[in-house]
Design a protein. Structure first.
Length: 316
């Protein structure tokens, strides 16, 4: 039996969806399509939330997180706090395919990236270096020289609501009916070194299971980690709840946690069911997402379904 192929992603995935669709349209695998789409986003120097030119941590180092999951067998590969390699999604996919592990972090992830022949480079561009210095000095005037001391208090003081969130996520179904999901991010800007968000945490920022669906999320990962957001969504789909209602319920369930972050809390989700239905939900005031399927010459943009968190400021 041949299924209708479809790929969808967060708004910034638009640049990569045609490459994913080319793979899917000729019968390629969903996991390969997801990787292809995300790699192009990681290459996009204008996108400071992912890969090359991503926002750095408090010390000015770019640390990347990513994960990819195959719904056919629930195999997953993930990396966290990876430095020096612009394509963490490909490192994550290699973890899934070559190692008996699911997650590598820090120096170990970088060593593995080198072992599989990836090119190491400086991911901080002149623009992101300027934004980092301006942002830190604007919030912590004259304190750059103190960064070799204790960082915990500085991390809290440097938190910037305009830069805390940003990720790319892509979900797909191929012609065999297999699902896949992938996420990649440079994480919370000005974060404490070593901070890992929800993107490489299976069940929080990513999940894929052919029996029910696949999803990825963007936003403040501290919230989705504590709530197990994406696995919650998949469990609701497994129980027979329709996609949009399941997404609304899963995000709404995070409200008590979100209230702890009234100025920075935001959550966006892109999901696909085993039947090929796709949807995006968001707590932001307005957010676009993109998709491609048979008959589309280019990515189709649509507005995400709003989910309200009473008591939390609504951001764009």
């Amino acid at each position: 039996m041949q299924y209708e192929a479809v790929v969808a992603g967060s708004h910034n995935a638009e640049i990569g969806l045609p490459a994913a669709w080319e793979i899917l349209s000729r019968g390629g695998r969903a996991v390969d399509a997801v990787e292809a789409a995300i790699r192009l986003v990681e290459d996009n120097e204008a996108d400071h939330s992912v890969g090359y030119a991503g926002y750095p941590n408090l010390l000015g180092d770019v640390q990347l997180d990513a994960a990819i999951m195959d719904g056919a067998n629930r195999r997953v590969g993930a990396v966290g706090a990876l430095e020096g390699y612009r394509h963490p999604i490909s490192v994550a996919k290699a973890v899934m395919e070559r190692l008996p592990h699911n997650l590598l972090v820090g120096a170990g992830a970088a060593r593995f990236a080198d072992e599989i022949g990836m090119h190491s480079e400086d991911l901080l561009t002149d623009e992101t270096r300027r934004i980092w210095k301006d942002g830190i000095d604007g919030r912590l005037p004259g304190k750059l020289e103190l960064f070799r001391g204790p960082l915990a208090q500085l991390t809290a003081l440097a938190a910037d609501p305009e830069h805390v969130k940003g990720t790319v996520n892509v979900v797909a179904r191929d012609k065999n009916g297999d699902l896949a999901a992938g996420v990649s991010t440079s994480g919370w800007a000005w974060k404490h070194p070593g901070r890992v968000g929800d993107s490489p945490v299976v069940g929080a920022g990513i999940y894929a299971d052919n029996r029910y669906g696949a999803a990825g999320c963007t936003g403040l990962g501290e919230i989705s980690i504590r709530g197990g957001l994406v696995r919650d969504l998949i469990s609701r789909l497994a129980a027979g709840v329709p996609l949009r209602e399941a997404g609304d319920q899963a995000i709404s369930d995070l409200l008590p946690i979100a209230l702890e972050f009234p100025q920075t809390a935001v959550m966006n989700m892109v999901a696909i069911t085993r039947e090929g239905e796709v949807a995006s939900l968001t707590t932001s005031s307005e957010l676009a997402w993109v998709s491609m399927r048979e008959g589309d010459d280019a990515p189709v943009r649509a507005l995400s379904i709003p989910v309200r968190w009473p008591g939390v400021e609504v951001g764009r």
